[in-house]
Design a binder for this molecule. Structure first.
Ligand SMILES: [Zn+2]
Ligand SMILES: [Zn+2]
Length: 310
């Protein structure tokens, strides 16, 4: 299960709100686990589904598929992919071998996919003594499993973040002068001046975070849950829960491809941000009565942002 609820997207403060059921404290963005004021853990959330959040969920799904195929030996023919009808994707794996595994085992798989507590040193990132000279050795691009993935993640991280990596200004300057593509062709672990084992470890941990698939562990490990049935409507949105052929994941647009309702409907909208469905822009709305295509009206009704007009 991959759900935008569990992703840290920058747009959340602009479209999600929470309210503590204990003391009434409110805030923007995803709800904290416990209320900062009264430490209550019961939160009321008002979420919206946005293009940015769903794009991120799709990226996490793509990463998950890659790990399932290349590390865990899942056959593509045994796997089906679904849009949840709300803020995420479900991946179903059909296998008699996997059917018998329990919560413990599922938790281990989830932990592997998330790269949780991955220690770079156990993946051969080490400092060795070669004839009195300290040399750093580590995994290489193209190695199977988390080793190669960690190096690929370092490639991403070095290209994108610079100052946010927790490096010193001198280190950032050094790294920015490197040609990334040439860099990984040579024994790079020991080739950067001022980069010791601890710097590489910090970068490796960030790299793993970048390449891990952010699945929802609670839902993924729970064997008692009913998974939403494909072809049904999701009550949070009025959108269809539907299968997405793997080869179509890239082009799949939940805001165009999962619409269920036809016709027009009049609704009184309390408030709603701007949104796009079927390549048409709607909103923002505030205390107004509007006639909308039924799929857009249903979304607002399901999200409790509007009421029907009789
Ligand atoms: Zn509170
Ligand atoms: Zn968003």
């Amino acid at each position: 299960d991959i759900d935008a609820d569990h992703l840290d997207t920058p747009c959340k403060p602009s479209h999600d709100r929470w309210k503590c059921k204990g003391c009434g404290t409110v805030g923007n963005g995803g709800a904290p686990k416990i209320c900062p004021k009264c430490k209550n853990d019961r939160m009321e959330e008002q979420t919206w589904l946005c293009e940015r959040c769903l794009r991120q969920a799709k990226e996490e799904t793509t990463k998950l598929l890659e790990i399932l195929y290349s590390d865990l030996g899942v056959e593509p023919s045994n796997l089906r992919l679904f849009f949840s009808g709300h803020r995420g994707y479900h991946v179903h794996v059909y296998s008699t071998q996997l059917q018998v595994i329990g919560e413990e085992e599922r938790r281990e798989i989830a932990s592997y996919v998330l790269g949780q507590a991955l220690d770079p040193q156990l993946h051969e990132l080490v400092e060795v003594n070669v004839g009195g000279v300290r040399v750093i050795e580590g995994p290489q691009l193209g190695q199977p499993g988390w080793r190669g993935r960690m190096v690929a993640g370092i490639y991403d991280v070095l290209g994108e973040e610079g100052e946010r990596l927790g490096l010193s200004p001198a280190q950032v300057k050094t790294i920015k002068t490197q040609d990334r593509d040439e860099f990984f062709k040579r024994p790079f672990w020991s080739s950067v001046k001022g980069f010791g084992l601890s710097t590489w470890k910090t970068l490796s941990v960030k790299a793993v975070d970048r390449r891990s698939a952010k699945i929802d562990t609670v839902v993924t490990t729970d064997v008692h849950r009913l998974i939403r049935l494909p072809g049904t409507l999701n009550g949070h949105t009025g959108l269809l829960t539907m299968q997405v052929p793997r080869e179509r994941l890239d082009e799949f647009d939940p805001f165009r491809d999962s619409l269920a309702f036809h016709g027009e409907m009049r609704v009184r909208v309390k408030d709603a941000p701007q949104f796009q469905l079927a390549e048409r822009q709607f909103g923002p709305y505030l205390n107004e009565e509007v006639e909308l295509p039924s799929y857009a009206a249903m979304l607002l009704l399901c999200k409790h942002r509007a009421e029907p007009v009789m």
